[in-house]
Design a protein around this ligand. Sequence first.
Ligand SMILES: [Zn+2]
Length: 299
Amino acid sequence: MPPSATYGPVQVFLGAQNGKFPDGNQVIVRGSDTCLAFDTPLVARQLLEQLRQVDGIVLGHVHEDHTVALGDLLHVPVQVHAADLPSVQSWQGLEQHYGYGADVIEQLRPLFSQTFGFTPRPDATAYHDGQLWELGGGVRVRAHHLPGHTSGHCALVEESSGVAFIGDIDLSSFGPYYGDASSDMLQFARSLQRVRDIEARVWVTSHHKGVVTDRAQFLEALERFGAQIEVRHQRLLDTLAQGPRSMAQLVAGGLLYPPDLGMPQIPCIEQCAISQHLDFLQGQGLVACAEETGLWYKC
Ligand SMILES: [Zn+2]
């Protein structure tokens, strides 16, 4: 049985290394009438007995590492924010969610299906910002739409205990991830402000940080996490200060990841993230793109 901690009606099961990717942390909330699970990361495979008893699975967002046990729990209803719904309902939806291109998806399919057991759930249904689940005995869960990581990314908050499951606002040293078609850097930055306003006493991340029970520590970790966006802006500016670069050169140099990671999706992720940074910096009048050459340069 994985290590766990209990906060009133909320039980948190920690995946390997505090849920470090590819694992994640599993949350189960028990009311007097109804029991809900948040996500099903790899660690869920060790908890199938308990998960078979839950009344519903509420996904904080859709990525392959959050949907691992859905194929083992076909009798359990699944809900996800409307914006992420198509990505859990079909392979095609998942592929559009990532937006990597057919050749890359072809290479990733075995990883998604074997390592993460991705099983489409066409029966999944949508929830929306502010949705409330009353589980009985005063136990209630509310969804807070915090897009950016994916367009449907939500925090799920059990209000009687003040436990906020904040998903992939994971407070990691890597910083915010917004490298897929359904991601948005600027929305992520706004969500980092809005998550501060959620009333909570315990913050549970999907990965890395695990559980934080001190608000000052949470805010400090959130600040550090969000600051990576600015670090990446600066990294791009420093690169362009050395001379104009094409998008292909910037992608090859890597912004989020070291250039030689060797995973097939990395160039797509880098291009997606770099484009968002360049758009922002262009809006600030700090960089521009030469029409004739297509090269980006520092203003
Ligand atoms: Zn994710």
